[in-house]
Design a binder for this molecule. Structure first.
Ligand SMILES: [Zn+2]
Length: 407
């Protein structure tokens, strides 16, 4: 948030139209693509407009209105800046990994409500080659909702495998590449022989009842057998090969693909009569333009997806450290105006937060932190380890980790 005060009574939140639909809120324009359109019975804010075509509501001429999650604050709208931050998370879910020290790897600051792709991408680019391969990026919905040229495709070019959440309006069925006898369902390719009953399966959500989750997961598993799976890495031109379910080693038995019929009876058999075209036995080449905002190593809404996407809580932990647990970043934490000033101060603040986090992590391990090593301080003497409380070890073991941007 900017330190400056909003001097208008009903500031319209005129965020970039290439964004997820705005919340149902009195300050949201009815048509996000024309936020400044005149509405009957409403006065437009008496505010000046910047070079970006957006309203300026404060004496901080770079600050804009935007939406945020109201986890830490009371209102879901604010005037100021969006902070894009990237932290490390575990390379995969499950026991035996980590813990990972959650530091801020990179950041980018933009006026609130700016384009999430254009403004999030510089933070990913800033990571450079410091991230080992294979690289994964977990990002919230704001990033895969924008035009693919602005985020999804550029991060693929940087070598990241992307893991996203889908907005309900992104879900759906579409025909696959021409002549391949396939269909797209929520970003995964299936042959047209996929049984009708497996077309529309609800994604699993955390708040669902255990029984419902188990039932949906069984349906997802049944559908999974039919999915086209990645076959080889992404080539420099962006193409990638995907193997149909009846291509050996077959995951379904298809009468059109006699070899697949040799699989045991426990493998599902498609109901297609021989001669009717189906995509089961094909290998399909997909390009960057084939749903890069939805294509993931697994189907959205499955338990495997949930476990992987859930690692994004790492970034929530960083923001909690910034706002509550280690620092008290709030309106007035920085005084002054302008995006340059705020960017510089945010950079120093995140660097300081990293030092605190690294120092704590080193202390827990009983070693010298990087700052101490830089100053040539002696290593701490090793005392016999006290028995750690169960709570502490459980808490750290649960810390997640690959690389993902958050807001
Ligand atoms: Zn088939």
């Amino acid at each position: 948030m900017t330190w400056a005060r909003v001097r208008h009574r009903k500031p319209l939140v005129d965020t970039d139209p290439d964004s997820p639909p705005p919340p149902d809120h009195p300050l949201a324009p009815p048509d996000p693509t024309h936020p400044h359109a005149r509405r009957q019975g409403h006065h437009l804010p008496d505010a000046s407009v910047g070079a970006d075509g957006r309203y300026i509501y404060t004496i901080d001429i770079d600050a804009r209105m935007g939406w945020r999650s109201s986890e830490f604050e009371e209102t879901i709208f604010f005037c100021g800046y969006d902070l894009h931050v990237i932290t490390d998370v575990l390379s995969g879910p499950g026991p035996g990994r980590g813990p990972v020290v959650l530091v801020d790897r990179s950041m980018n600051l933009s006026p609130a409500g700016s384009h999430k792709g254009n403004c999030g991408l510089p933070a990913v680019e800033a990571l450079g080659d410091r991230i080992g391969k294979p690289r994964q990026l977990i990002a919230d919905r704001a990033y895969n909702y924008v035009t693919n040229d602005t985020f999804a495709i550029p991060v693929w070019r940087l070598g990241y495998i992307t893991i996203y959440d889908l907005h309900p309006v992104q879900r759906g069925t579409h025909p696959g590449p021409g002549g391949s006898d396939t269909i797209w369902i929520d970003g995964v390719l299936y042959p047209t022989s996929l049984p009708e009953g497996l077309h529309d399966i609800e994604p699993i959500e955390a708040k669902m009842d255990v029984g419902v989750r188990a039932r949906l997961e069984r349906q997802h598993q049944a559908r999974q057998a039919y999915a086209f799976v990645l076959h080889g890495a992404r080539r420099p031109d962006g193409s990638r090969r995907y193997r149909g379910p009846a291509v050996p080693p077959a995951r379904v038995r298809c009468p059109n693909n006699p070899i697949s019929m040799r699989e045991p009876q426990s493998v599902p058999t498609t109901s297609r009569t021989p001669g009717t075209a189906c995509g089961c036995g094909r290998t399909v080449t997909l390009t960057d333009s084939d749903y890069p905002d939805m294509r993931m190593p697994f189907q959205h809404g499955t338990l495997a997806w949930e476990a992987s996407y859930h690692r994004r809580v790492g970034i929530e932990s960083v923001f909690a450290d910034l706002k509550r647990n280690r620092m008290t970043w709030h309106r007035g934490f920085f005084r002054g105006f302008g995006i340059r000033r705020y960017t510089l101060l945010a950079g120093f603040t995140l660097a300081a937060l990293n030092l605190l986090i690294l120092h704590d992590a080193a202390t827990r391990r009983g070693t010298l932190d990087c700052w101490g090593r830089f100053l040539g301080e002696p290593e701490p003497e090793h005392r016999p380890r006290r028995h750690r409380s169960r709570f502490t070890s459980a808490r750290h073991a649960a810390t997640p980790a690959v690389t993902g941007p958050g807001r």
